[in-house]
Ligand binder design. Structure first.
Ligand SMILES: [Ca+2]
Length: 280
């Protein structure tokens, strides 16, 4: 009787460990809004002279060689300067970027900034990001907490060398894809595949679509609770279009990146596996 009881207790202990073992697959998919989808609502100042035009539209024309430049010929209004963009629809914004002018001059390149996001361009609230940038020509990308909005405002509070100008070559907006804008075509979904390997370093071809892992909402997250302690698993995410065509292996534009993990014998859930894709 004592031996039987011990056996039951051991089994319960093992079940407890197995139950706690799970892997969560998360997929972060920030997507750059095409500059053609945006338009300029307004700027506080722009140079429109024929010699070196600097209209605000030049900050989203997709050309790194053109830039928005505040007025500087007939007048030189001081900071702060601002530009407001309309994204065309309400989007879950996750990152904002600013590329300074790329003509080997830094006049007007922003050194103190504030980004704001608004649903209606009437109410802005506190900036979603603010701070300082080095006075150089590198792209400045700022990740922000996911913020729903249709309008983005960049405020230039100061620029290098104490100049009153502001200049910006390109503004970029990244957002989380939703079901309705999911590649490879409208109306697709994502499918999580799993393969089992003896070790995390052994490659394997995913062959098993996980049941219930058809994902059509963001953020993409799937928790696999069928894993076994001590085994290694690799996960791949495929995009499936509305006709049911699956992105082929190795095609990262639509596709996938494989991530593997060995399940440790612990009641502490392992850290999520983060998959990320290369934007086309
Ligand atoms: Ca430009």
């Amino acid at each position: 009787m004592r031996q039987l009881l011990a056996g039951v207790m051991l089994s319960l202990g093992l079940v407890s460990v197995l139950h706690a073992a799970q892997i969560t697959v998360q997929w972060d998919y920030p997507w750059t809004l095409p500059s053609s989808a945006m338009h300029v609502v307004g700027v506080d100042s722009e140079e429109t002279g024929a010699g070196e035009p600097g209209q605000g539209t030049r900050a989203i024309d997709g050309q790194v060689t053109t830039f928005w430049h505040t007025q500087w010929v007939a007048a030189q209004p001081p900071h702060p300067h601002w530009i407001i963009l309309d994204l065309g629809q309400i989007l879950p914004v996750v990152a904002l970027s600013q590329l300074p002018r790329q003509d080997n001059q830094l006049n007007g390149s922003i050194t103190q900034y504030a980004w704001s996001v608004s649903l209606d361009q009437a109410t802005w609230g506190a900036p979603v990001a603010e701070g300082t940038w080095p006075y150089d020509a590198t792209r400045k990308t700022t990740t922000i907490p996911t913020t729903s909005g249709r309008y983005v405002r960049l405020q230039a509070l100061a620029t290098g060398a104490g100049k009153p100008f502001t200049s910006v070559a390109e503004i970029g907006v990244q957002y989380l894809l939703t079901e309705h804008t999911m590649p490879p075509s409208q109306g697709g979904f994502f499918q999580v595949y799993r393969c089992d390997a003896p070790s995390a370093t052994q490659s394997c071809t995913p062959a098993t679509a996980l049941p219930g892992a058809k994902i059509t909402a963001w953020p993409l997250r799937y928790t696999d609770s069928t894993v076994v302690v001590g085994h290694s698993y690799c996960y791949t995410v495929f995009a499936v279009d509305k006709e049911g065509q699956q992105s082929p292996p190795g095609e990262t534009a639509n596709g996938q990146e494989q991530a593997c993990r060995t399940v440790q014998e612990s009641t502490t859930p392992p850290a999520p596996i983060n998959l990320s894709l290369t934007e086309e």
